[in-house]
Design a protein around this ligand. Structure first.
Ligand SMILES: Cc1cc2nc3c(=O)[nH]c(=O)nc-3n(C[C@H](O)[C@H](O)[C@H](O)COP(=O)(O)OP(=O)(O)OC[C@H]3O[C@@H](n4cnc5c(N)ncnc54)[C@H](O)[C@@H]3O)c2cc1C
Length: 302
């Protein structure tokens, strides 16, 4: 269960409080505030706070005295221009603070994004909950035969059942031993900071994660991508939905130029020009490696 009834009540209480402010607020984001959006079997993301909106990006770009808005079309055009030309600093004027609950092996990938501020739940101070990520059957796959860093077809039948059985049994055994070691009944009880070391990487942790919009887009470009592992991608997908409601114009530009767009090398541009002139360009005449050619053809649709 991602959140307990007590935690749900805490969220409802926080949401019932109203504050007045002269700061810019975004109706879509006010709807998201504090609400837990479930991810995986026990995880969630929830917005704790945010600063700025689409207008703040334009305000910073123009270093304006007022809201920075000339007209919605004008702002959208400016935001698209900034995104197209990699002008990053105006996007850094918007910030978001999320509360994230995620398996430790996902957290290990996530924490590699260094341009954020993080405060993690302390397993030295507190006792971890008995909550482990157990994949749904449709997410138990074989090792990919074409991509060493990926998964292939879904495992089925006895093999899938055996994998699930192992994951559940190991998680249960490790947590039972964790509890037995920290217990102070009839013994001193091992320190929590030591007892946690035998817990598997599918146990859940939590953190507060604060990041500016520029670096969040960088995170989302890498982690909402099909090459990212499914278990972190679903978090990125959930964040994308929130960002679309927070800064609709910036998100639309990001979706178009970064998620939907493609980057070509000098050789790629040259080949494309030759192709447009009607030349029959092949990998051999392209000057590209086989891998580069495959990716290039993936972009131009050959
Ligand atoms: C599909 C995929 C597979 C991956 N596989 C592996 C793997 O096998 N092994 C592995 O170790 N990692 C792997 N990674 C992690 C990856 O190499 C990056 O560490 C991670 O994506 C964070 O990217 P980043 O450093 O650009 O982000 P951030 O840390 O958020 O940094 C954002 C940008 O800020 C700048 N920056 C930040 N810190 C510095 C600094 N100290 N010096 C200079 N510039 C800085 C850089 O321009 C950087 O791109 C993988 C990532 C993905 C998405």
């Amino acid at each position: 269960m991602p959140i307990s009834p007590e935690q749900a009540q805490e969220i409802a209480d926080a949401r019932s409080q109203q504050n007045t402010t002269m700061r810019a607020t975004v109706p879509g984001m006010e709807q998201h505030l504090y609400t837990a959006h479930e991810v995986l079997d026990h995880g969630f993301i929830r917005v704790i706070d945010y600063m700025g909106d689409d207008s703040a990006i334009c305000q910073a770009a123009r270093v304006s005295y007022g809201k920075g808005t000339k007209s919605v079309q004008n702002d959208e055009g400016l935001i698209r221009y900034l995104m197209r030309h990699w002008h990053s600093t105006p996007f850094e004027m918007c910030e978001i603070k999320l509360h994230v609950k995620l398996p430790v092996f996902v957290a290990r990938q996530w924490i590699r994004h260094r341009t954020a501020n993080v405060n993690e739940y302390s397993a030295r101070y507190s006792i971890l909950d008995r909550e482990f990520y157990i994949p749904a059957p449709e997410h138990i796959n074989a090792q990919s035969v074409v991509n060493n860093q990926g998964r292939g077809q879904i495992l089925e039948g006895e093999e899938a059942a055996r994998v699930l059985e192992i994951l559940k049994a190991d998680s249960t055994r490790a947590y039972d031993n964790y509890e037995a070691m920290i217990s102070d009944e009839g013994q001193d009880g091992l320190a929590r900071e030591l007892a946690r070391m035998n817990l598997p990487a599918n146990i859940y942790t939590q953190w507060y994660w604060k990041v500016d919009l520029h670096n969040l887009f960088h995170f989302l470009r890498l982690r909402a991508d099909s090459h990212a592992q499914y278990e972190i991608r679903v978090y990125a997908d959930a964040i994308c939905k929130v960002v679309a409601d927070w800064v609709p114009a910036a998100y639309a530009a990001f979706k178009d130029y970064r998620l939907g767009g493609a980057q070509l090398s000098g050789k790629g541009v040259d080949c494309l020009r030759r192709m447009l002139k009607g030349e029959d360009v092949t990998q051999e005449t392209s000057g590209m490696s086989k891998g580069e050619w495959r990716e290039f053809m993936g972009v131009v649709g050959g």
